[in-house]
Design a protein around this ligand. Structure first.
Ligand code: ADP
Ligand code: MG
Length: 342
């Protein structure tokens, strides 16, 4: 998959803009605030219909405008996305799509940015979202299981908040909660099993062979989720919410056997964040037989030369890469690719 070109209309700072991209490395260079991140975001939105920087697309509307349009060519297909508060329209080779399956099957995207450090340092919710983002793209059962779980959890919690939750009603929500929760736990656990060796290998390579990274799935529910829920009834009544389950899952990150946050150094933590994204890219490449588009936003300035070069060495060779930076002073001679100046 190669993104050949991209046209933006009324997307954030761009009233109208067009760019072309080559296979392999593409460098997007310019001072702060010129729209480098915006260009990567537009690529992500066009290919995946979601932004790597916000959960909702409304902020991407250029101020004062009511709609934006993105158009581009990827692997000889023409993709179009029209967005307004009232309506979204997706077209594949000029044909409007109702079912998005074919459109979304074209490309996967992995984004690398400085805020990935939050995956290591931030709350468990971010690591669950990381697993969810992978799961939804590699297993058709994932998104329905997650939706069903979230729905059951919301209803069950609403009931627990009411004055006198009736046991019969509670049981009606407990059943789908347990069913979807068990599937979710199984799917997340399988993803972590696949990620772990790949992330460990990436950490070793970028960290210069010194750093041992361990990934462990820390489920928020026990093997027998139903029995655990039954035991938690008294506590649930007191706290008025569901206290155990996959909404309490975490992905434990261990550097040299100790929690990456707070024990690992800043450099090690940055390496771990990169290793998680590299592992994700590998899994996508294995599942789909083609590497994902890599969006690499402004991270090279933050890495020391050794880690930077090691990271560059870890990026899948065949993958197309859009790399933003304020300058190219860090670039070594062997990194060829067109430069787009903003
Ligand atoms: N919805 C919007 N409408 C208009 N301008 C926006 C919108 N959202 C962001 N911007 C502006 O777009 C500019 C480019 O942002 P960004 O892509 O983050 O720049 P860079 O990555 O080059 O530093 C910023 O100046 C920002 O204020
Ligand atoms: Mg930026």
């Amino acid at each position: 998959m190669n993104l050949r070109d991209l046209q933006l209309r009324n997307f954030r700072c761009f009233a109208s803009y067009a760019a072309e991209f080559a296979p392999g490395f593409n460098f997007i260079v310019g001072p702060n605030g010129r729209g480098k991140t915006t260009l990567l975001e537009a690529a992500c939105v066009l290919l995946r219909l979601q932004s790597q920087r916000s959960t909702n697309l409304a902020p991407a509307l250029r101020l004062g405008e009511r709609s934006f349009v993105l158009v581009g060519h990827a692997s000889d297909h023409r993709l179009q996305f029209y967005y307004s508060a009232l309506r979204r329209k997706v077209a594949f080779d000029g044909v409007e799509q109702r079912d998005l399956a074919e459109y979304l099957s074209l490309a996967r995207v992995v984004s690398f940015a400085n805020h990935d450090l939050d995956l290591v340092r931030g709350p468990a919710e971010l690591r669950r979202r990381y697993l969810d983002f992978i799961g939804a793209q590699i297993d058709v059962r994932y998104r329905p299981a997650l939706r069903a779980y979230e729905r059951a959890l919301r209803s069950r919690n609403a009931l627990l908040k009411s004055a006198h939750p009736r046991p019969r009603e509670l049981a009606a929500y407990t059943e789908p909660l347990v069913r979807s929760g068990n599937l979710l736990r199984e799917l997340r656990s399988a993803i972590v099993r696949r990620l772990a060796p790949r992330a460990a290998e990436s950490q070793r390579q970028i960290g210069g062979g010194q750093e041992m990274l361990g990934l462990e799935y820390a489920p928020g529910s026990e093997e027998d989720f139903a029995a655990q829920l039954a035991r938690a009834r008294a506590e649930e009544t007191r706290l008025r919410l569901t206290t155990v389950g996959p909404h309490r899952d975490d992905l434990r990150l261990l550097v040299e056997g100790r929690p990456a946050a707070p024990f690992a150094s800043e450099g090690q933590q940055r390496t771990t964040a990169l290793a998680l994204k590299l592992a994700q890219a590998q899994i996508f490449a294995e599942n789909f037989g083609a590497p994902p588009l890599l969006l690499i936003d402004d991270i090279f300035g933050e890495l020391d030369a050794a880690r930077r070069n090691a990271l560059l060495g870890c990026l899948p060779n065949e993958a197309q890469k859009l790399v933003t930076a304020t300058s190219l002073a860090w670039r070594e001679g062997n990194l060829e690719g067109p430069i787009l100046r903003l």
